[in-house]
Design a protein around this ligand. Structure first.
Ligand SMILES: Nc1ncnc2c1ncn2[C@@H]1O[C@H](COP(=O)(O)OP(=O)(O)OP(=O)(O)O)[C@@H](O)[C@H]1O
Ligand SMILES: [Mg+2]
Length: 326
């Protein structure tokens, strides 16, 4: 579990004080994945640095699995940091070491016995699906394989928490899928608490249980994925499930429908046809499963003798979010 409370971090830039994190409060339950999204300069890296004790917060608290990090003494930082695994955009492997030796490195640093290192490295390489590449050097590995080695290395000290800073930004789409699936599966298998910093909504959609939007050091929107997607007032919901585009030469009224959970599977459109003697054409639409819930976003054209207001009232009664397209 990660709990961040009223976290503030200010930097001096000459005469100016820059507030990089402004009263950030955040809770990530054990076994779940939380996404942090935000524009450049929003404070994402500062948050990661405060969580890994690379930077000391100006005020507020960070508790990771029951341990208050802000009060950890400098001499104990190393030990405290072992509870936190880090995965970066680039794996930054040591070129002169094999995959296995890279994974072994953090264990060597804390003088783990050789036999224990060898057992652990085998296990970790197995977990990330690289058993056959144990003796390969980074130059012989693909970007995705290098990232797998980086993940295995991050897990070497049996951390409770994994912090991933843009873990797939340097990968192609297919490899991104593989790595995201791996992170998701490891979270389940090892019961990790995971924070993923990303600028890609796709990453949030694929693996996050909850998400926060950081803007100028503040969290301005947050929540479980299924709630955020359903919240039409926020910008996260819109970017997670963008509005389908409208037809250019619309002559009939068009409705934007957001269907969540059960309603996404219900035969809403045939029901409209039956009840309102309507012809309904789908102009654009997507149905996706996010964080285990189904979401449908449809733009439909409706031709019916019944006033549109009656149709929208019916849809809203059936649990569909409706907007009349402009
Ligand atoms: N060491 C520092 N000294 C002074 N100001 C800093 C320092 N580190 C960060 N800042 C400032 O804090 C703010 C947040 O920076 P941060 O690096 O956390 O943003 P970010 O969200 O990671 O951006 P990006 O997506 O570009 O990596 C910025 O205004 C930045 O200039
Ligand atoms: Mg950054």
């Amino acid at each position: 579990m990660i709990t961040v409370t009223n976290l503030r971090k200010t930097y001096r830039q000459g005469e100016r004080t820059v507030t990089a994190l402004d009263d950030v409060t955040l809770a990530v339950p054990k076994g779940s994945i939380h996404g942090i999204v935000g524009h450049s300069g929003a404070g994402k890296s500062t948050l990661v640095r405060c969580l890994t004790l690379l930077d000391r917060p100006t005020s507020g608290s960070v508790v990771i699995d029951g341990r208050e990090l802000t009060s950890v003494k400098d001499s104990e930082i190393r030990t405290a940091r072992r509870r936190i695994g880090m995965v970066f955009q680039h794996a930054n492997l040591m070129d002169s070491r094999t995959a296995a030796q890279n994974v072994a490195h953090p264990l060597e640093l804390v003088k783990t016995p050789k036999s224990e290192i060898s057992r652990k490295v085998d296990e970790l390489l197995g977990l990330v699906g690289l058993t056959e590449f144990a003796d390969a050097y980074p130059s012989q590995l693909s970007g995705g394989q290098k990232q797998r080695v980086g993940i295995a290395r991050a897990l070497a000290s049996d951390p409770d928490v994994l912090l991933c800073d843009e873990p797939t930004s340097a990968l192609d789409p297919a490899t991104t899928e593989d790595i995201l699936t791996l992170i998701r599966n490891l979270t389940r298998t090892l019961n990790l608490t995971v924070l993923v910093i990303t600028h890609e909504m796709h990453v949030v959609k694929r693996i996050c249980d909850s998400v926060s939007l950081l803007e100028r050091g503040r969290i301005i929107e947050h929540g479980p994925l299924h709630e955020v997607v359903g919240d039409r007032s926020g910008s996260l919901g819109k970017s997670l499930m963008p509005l389908p585009s409208s037809s250019l030469d619309a002559t009939l009224p068009e409705l934007d429908l957001l269907l969540v959970g059960e309603t996404a599977s219900a035969p809403i459109l045939s029901e409209l046809t039956r009840r309102f003697d309507a012809n309904v054409n789908v102009i654009a639409g997507t149905v996706e499963t996010l964080a285990g819930s189904r979401f449908g976003r449809l733009r439909v054209e409706v031709d019916s003798p019944v006033p549109l207001s009656e149709i929208t009232a019916y849809l809203e009664g059936a649990g569909v979010h409706v907007e009349v397209a402009a």
